[in-house]
Design a protein around this ligand. Structure first.
Ligand SMILES: Nc1nc2c(c(=O)[nH]1)N[C@H]1C(S)=C(S)[C@@H](COP(=O)(O)OP(=O)(O)OC[C@H]3O[C@@H](n4cnc5c(=O)[nH]c(N)nc54)[C@H](O)[C@@H]3O)O[C@H]1N2
Ligand SMILES: Nc1nc2c(c(=O)[nH]1)N[C@H]1C(S)=C(S)[C@@H](COP(=O)(O)OP(=O)(O)OC[C@H]3O[C@@H](n4cnc5c(=O)[nH]c(N)nc54)[C@H](O)[C@@H]3O)O[C@H]1N2
Ligand SMILES: [Mo]
Length: 779
């Protein structure tokens, strides 16, 4: 398989590489974000908008899910990349019927996601009829009728797939899952399947709740913080302020990453005078430059060291009382890590043993430890066992359910955690489904639905024929682009509820619909007046978000209205669910949420409190662990690390500083010294030399995957290898760990095989693909 870069706005000629930075934010950040705001929104709208961003009376940032600190909101509660996210949504540029009349779909399909996104906000519902060359306007009622007819015509409700991206509000998410289940399927894949699913899976098994257990106050009170597989300087910039403050309070910080990410090394806080001038705060006390996928070995080695220290001075390292009272499986784990093989640890991590020992001592001495992580841990074949090892260490030290300590998976999309709480999941538990039935007097199916990868297989194999998405960019976000495009093209109907144009609109089914919707920043007027919505951040705080700007077009409907009207078209007017009332008054949706969703009692009242409320979390709140054993579970996990055949590299795909997932804000990756282009692959200079590739050479990336899928990422099973090619990347000598390479998502997605997924969570292994570099083939 081979995939050419989009031909129109290729940026190769503009690409420039300079030295990477070892600090983040500071004055450049402020200037860049103001520029982006002015370009898209003009000065007045920029100032007006930013005054409301993350404020009690305003809207939640549509960027990341990092929390605000209750009672401590600052006048400026946003970051450079939050401003870019807002500018992208509040832009004054528009994509209306004239645009679609001018550009045939075939032409749009040649454009990059960057170009498509830059065209502006969608203004009208549009349809692409079978065989047509252009999208045309369609009336809302006709659009809903068309979808309802297609859905009713399916042989089974399981032939439809309903995707969600994590920006959807709690109210819309709750209604959406209700519609899908009332229709008769649990096919509710979401972006989380590609994101923190591994965290959810590992945490549910081990501590009984698939969410983080710390608050911002905990972070500020910790004395040791591990930041593993995460690049907060770009993806959660406000986290840097928290880390800086924790550090001033005496915390030590350990960064574990194959890349020396700027924000982890030094931080210049633009909100403090000393951040604008001078050298900034050195952040990481210890930088462990680990190999890709080496973390499980690292955590097992640390477990080994902690046990050894406890053995040497009993009662000094292990929290015996906690382990005895609250945990299960300690002996099995201890036995397993006592016999760790150091040669394997060396090979997997690439770290010096003295450094591992230093981190071991820091852990042993710490009174309050927090481990933070993101995609560097979750997108590997052994992601779930790796995160279980994080839990093992914390349990041994009694670091869950006390101030300043715990697990902190740092979420991606601003409401991805809330969407899950509201029931967007292909396998919600029986208790939730039963509550839904009781609340609405309907029957909902019990068999699990498709996750993202399963949905793709079903569409590819003709078992699913209708694809419906609330938000997101499914075609560009999923792995194995070629397979995905074929899967979508084989659907009879594809529908996207979207704010901006993207690739998923132009890689379409026989009939395709674009349903334009309000964004987070837009005012939401319904029959009973102005509405607000609610969201949940990474630390389980649920709060209100109120859009204040004039909507991008008078033709937009809110996500709630779209779902409610589709439901009426699908189920008719005497359905037991009061769809029309829900659309008129979101308080009524919240009343149902209060009765169905655990922890949401008194929802309407509690979300009206100034900072909202915190959802219950038994491990955090009362050291109660609702697992299968009724205790927190230690686990013994067979050690795995990706094996890379000679002459190959292990490739991760990650985010530049100038993108939000598939939304490309610009072509610069300031901290990594890249400007004017995105088709780069970062490789260690010694690896480039060994491979005989010159720094700056143009290469194709060819991924290798055992065709039978059995060999994991090893590629060593001896069977046939299937290959995927992504063409024309500039090789950039870069200080990454040896044997590892990095390139940007989504350009790298064609290289990730659909069947290369994590055990248990089924998350695509976006951080671990075996590749070889070949001289570029295309002219
Ligand atoms: N501005 C901006 N903000 C965002 C996003 C965005 O695109 N732009 N995306 C949002 C979303 S949905 C998410 S999920 C988060 C993503 O937030 P991150 O997880 O920070 O995102 P990535 O760019 O994928 O970075 C992964 C990091 O893990 C490291 N890493 C990769 N593999 C390994 C490994 O095997 N071991 C270790 N220890 N480290 C590894 C990489 O070098 C990199 O630093 O950010 C959210 N916030
Ligand atoms: N190779 C590789 N692949 C990856 C990853 C990786 O690291 N590497 N990361 C994975 C991760 S962590 C994630 S979360 C997924 C992301 O997957 P998605 O969530 O599907 O992708 P996004 O790019 O965030 O979606 C952007 C689109 O959402 C729409 N949108 C924006 N705001 C709104 C809104 O308010 N309402 C509605 N209805 N639509 C809106 C816009 O049309 C925009 O084009 O990608 C995954 N894919
Ligand atoms: Mo994500």
């Amino acid at each position: 398989m081979s995939r050419k870069p989009p031909e129109r706005d290729i940026d190769e000629a503009e690409l420039e590489i300079s030295e990477p930075k070892d600090w983040a934010a500071g004055v450049t950040g402020v200037v860049v974000s103001a520029q982006r705001g002015f370009e898209q929104m003009g000065a007045t709208r920029t100032v007006r908008t930013l005054r409301l961003l993350n404020q009690r009376e305003g809207f939640d940032c549509p960027g990341c899910a990092w929390p605000e600190r209750p009672g401590h909101r600052k006048a400026i509660e946003f970051c450079e990349n939050g401003v870019k996210a807002v500018a992208e949504e509040a832009t004054l540029r528009r994509v209306g019927p004239e645009f679609f009349a001018e550009h045939p779909v075939a032409e749009l399909a040649e454009r990059t996601d960057y170009w498509l996104g830059q065209q502006g906000r969608l203004t009208h519902p549009m349809v692409l009829r079978p065989g047509a060359t252009h999208y045309q306007p369609i009336a809302w009622s006709e659009a809903f009728g068309l979808i309802a007819d297609e859905l009713r015509g399916l042989a089974s409700p399981h032939e439809a797939v309903f995707y969600t991206s994590g920006r959807t509000s709690n109210e819309a998410a709750f209604l959406y899952q209700l519609l899908v289940r009332a229709f008769g399927t649990n096919n509710l894949p979401d972006c989380s399947n590609m994101c923190h699913e591994s965290s959810g899976a590992a945490l549910s098994e081990t501590i009984g709740v698939g969410k983080g257990s710390v608050s911002l106050d905990d972070l500020l009170a910790a004395d040791l913080i591990l930041v593993v597989g995460q690049n907060p300087g770009t993806n959660h910039p406000r986290m840097l302020s928290a880390l800086e403050e924790a550090k001033r309070n005496g915390a030590r910080i350990v960064a574990v990453n194959p890349l020396p990410e700027a924000g982890l090394m030094r931080f210049k806080n633009p909100q403090r005078p000393s951040g604008v001038v001078g050298g900034g705060t050195p952040l990481a006390d210890e930088f462990c430059q680990i190999r890709l996928g080496g973390d499980q070995a690292f955590f097992q080695a640390l477990g080994h060291l902690l046990l050894a220290a406890e053995d040497a001075a009993p009662g000094t390292v292990m929290d015996r009382e906690f382990v005895e009272r609250h945990t299960h499986g300690y002996q099995e784990w201890a036995e397993h890590v006592r016999s760790v093989d150091w040669a394997e640890v060396d090979a997997a991590t690439g770290l010096a043993r003295e450094q591992v020992a230093r981190v071991g001592r820091m852990l042993a001495e710490s009174k309050r430890t927090i481990v933070c992580w993101a995609m560097g841990l979750t997108q590997h074949r052994h992601a779930v066992p790796t995160i279980r090892e994080v839990v093992n260490l914390l349990l041994f030290r009694g670091m869950i359910g006390k101030p300043g300590a715990g697990v902190c998976p740092v979420r991606g999309h601003s409401n991805v955690q809330g969407d899950r709480t509201m029931g967007i999941w292909e396998k919600m538990p029986e208790s939730f489904l039963a509550a839904l039935e009781a609340e609405f007097d309907i029957a909902v199916p019990r068999e699990h639905g498709f996750d993202t990868v399963e949905a793709l297989r079903a569409m590819r194999d003709g078992r699913a024929r209708v694809f419906f998405a609330v938000g997101g960019n499914f075609v560009s976000a999923t792995p194995d682009t070629e397979v995905v495009e074929e899967a979508l093209r084989s659907c009879s109907l594809t529908v996207h509820v979207s704010t901006k144009l993207n690739r998923s609109h132009v890689v379409h089914g026989r009939t395709a619909l674009i349903l334009p919707t309000l964004g987070r920043t837009d005012r939401d007027e319904q029959a009973t007046g102005e509405q607000f919505v609610t969201v949940e951040d990474s630390m389980s705080i649920v709060h209100a978000s109120r859009g204040r700007l004039r909507p991008a077009s008078p033709h937009l409907l809110s996500e709630v209205a779209i779902i409610s009207r589709l439901a009426r078209a699908l189920f008719g007017d005497d359905h037991p669910v009061p769809w029309e009332d829900f659309e008129r008054d979101y308080d009524l949706i919240r009343e149902s949420i209060a009765r169905v969703v655990p922890g949401c009692e008194g929802y309407n009242r509690k979300v009206r409190q100034p900072d909202g409320f915190v959802l219950p979390h038994p491990p955090r709140d009362e050291r109660r662990f609702p697992t299968a054993t009724g205790k927190a579970n230690f686990t013994a996990n067979a050690l795995y690390a990706p094996k890379v055949p000679p002459g190959r590299l292990l490739l991760q795909s990650l985010r530049s500083h100038d993108q939000y997932n598939t939304t490309i804000y610009g072509l610069d990756d300031r901290y990594r010294g890249v400007s004017g282009g995105r088709r780069v692959v970062f490789v260690h200079p010694d690896d480039l030399a060994e491979l005989g590739v010159a720094d700056g050479a143009l290469v194709d990336l060819v991924s290798e995957w055992p065709a039978d899928g059995a060999g994991g990422t090893d590629g060593a099973a001896g069977g046939a290898i299937s290959e995927r090619r992504a063409e024309r990347f500039r090789a950039v000598a870069y200080p990454t760990a040896r044997g590892c390479a990095a390139t940007y998502f989504p350009e790298a997605n064609p290289l990730v095989p659909l069947d290369s997924t994590a055990e248990v969570s089924n998350t695509p292994t976006s951080k671990s693909v075996v590749v070889r570099l070949e001289p570029a083939t295309a002219p």
